[in-house]
Design a protein around this ligand. Structure first.
Ligand code: ZN
Length: 353
């Protein structure tokens, strides 16, 4: 498949180890890495060696992947021909309990990304990692980097301490909207709560599958709290969420809203309408059956050609061979997913900010 000119909206450069971030920390935190014996903040949603975390041909002998620009260039950019790829670094900043430590390491991750990746490969763009634990510190980080147009969105995880619609998070949305930065809500947990609504799971497969519940809860939270009425230009991108659960969830949500709308009078349109205007989803992992006829039916149920954004989810193992877009997608939709929808979602890619 040729994706020349495509905009890949979810790729993952990996921090090789905590020492790689030390040059980007201020002197106090540089010292603390030694004094406290800090070893790593890798996110436990992506355990090393879990097969889904990297295609086998992209792993080194230690099971690590996507740790250098050279590898990403060869394995992804040159192979599929994307013109732009948006880097979502999933190092576990959101898991840190100390807000000040989280802010320091968020700054380090962002500066590391800018220096070690964005500066070395013009096709790459970045997401601003924020200490979502403290919205004031998160806004400071957005403001610090907003002038650098290579950063095109703000990154949070789908499972943090609080539902994302709550006004606690609104300062982050206000800053993001002001600077033309969508909020990317990526799969992953800060592990403040069990990842299922019925308690802690046992196996990684349960954890990974349960993330779909969290995406549903966050859509309900964002829409019910009126985030898109308060911040009408804000876009939210759900990344690595899968998509086939969306139509049935929206049917259920909209039915419930019809009966309960008296308690959320600011939700002035149906959840389906609000979602179609303000929320987007990345393509991979595309979780429909392989039958093209069934894929076409899922696309029909989504009810809009504007929702999906092309993504490889590199280096995660989400598809086989070169079939990044599954069969069953009509050609006109492929172009929209690869180019038009990302340009409409990310103001900074269209040069309009
Ligand atoms: Zn991803």
């Amino acid at each position: 498949m040729n994706a020349a000119g495509a905009i890949d909206c979810d790729v993952h450069p990996n921090v090789p180890n905590i020492q790689a971030l030390v040059p980007y920390l201020d002197p106090y935190w540089q010292e603390m890495v030694d004094v406290r014996g800090m070893e790593t903040f890798e996110n436990r949603s992506f355990p090393l060696r879990a097969p889904i975390n990297a295609r086998p041909e992209w792993q080194d002998e230690k099971g690590r992947a996507a740790e250098s620009v050279d590898r990403m260039r060869t394995e992804l950019l040159d192979r599929w021909g994307a013109s732009i790829a948006i880097c979502n670094c999933l190092y576990g900043i959101q898991m840190i309990n100390d807000e000040n430590m989280a802010a320091a390491f968020a700054r380090a991750v962002n500066d590391w990304l800018a220096a070690e990746w964005l500066a070395k490969e013009p096709r790459l763009r970045g997401s601003i990692v924020v200490p979502v634990q403290n919205p004031e510190l998160a806004v400071d980080e957005i403001e610090r980097l907003a002038g650098d147009k290579r950063f095109v969105q703000v990154l949070v995880l789908v499972m943090g301490e609080l539902p994302l619609g709550k006004s606690f998070h609104w300062p982050i949305y206000r800053a993001a909207e002001r600077h033309g930065l969508p909020i990317c809500v990526h799969l992953g947990s800060a592990y403040r709560h069990p990842v299922t609504a019925s308690g802690w799971p046992t196996y990684h497969v349960e954890d990974y599958v349960a993330q779909g519940q969290a995406f549903q809860a966050q859509i309900a939270s964002l829409i019910s709290h009126g985030v898109f009425q308060k911040f009408p230009k804000l876009k939210v991108v759900l990344a690595e969420s899968g998509v086939t659960w969306l139509p049935t969830f929206l049917w259920r949500f909209t039915k419930g809203w019809r009966g309960l709308r008296i308690e959320v009078p600011w939700v002035d349109r149906s959840p389906i309408e609000i979602l179609r205007e303000s929320i987007r989803l990345t393509l991979q992992p595309f979780d429909a059956p392989a039958d093209p006829a069934q894929v076409a039916r899922v696309l029909d149920h989504l009810g809009s050609d504007d929702l999906l954004l092309y993504s490889s989810d590199y280096p995660h193992w989400q598809f086989e061979g070169d079939d990044l877009i599954p069969s069953g997608f009509p050609e006109s939709l492929q172009r929209k997913i690869m180019i038009d929808n990302p340009l409409a979602t990310y103001p900074r890619l269209g040069g309009s900010t």
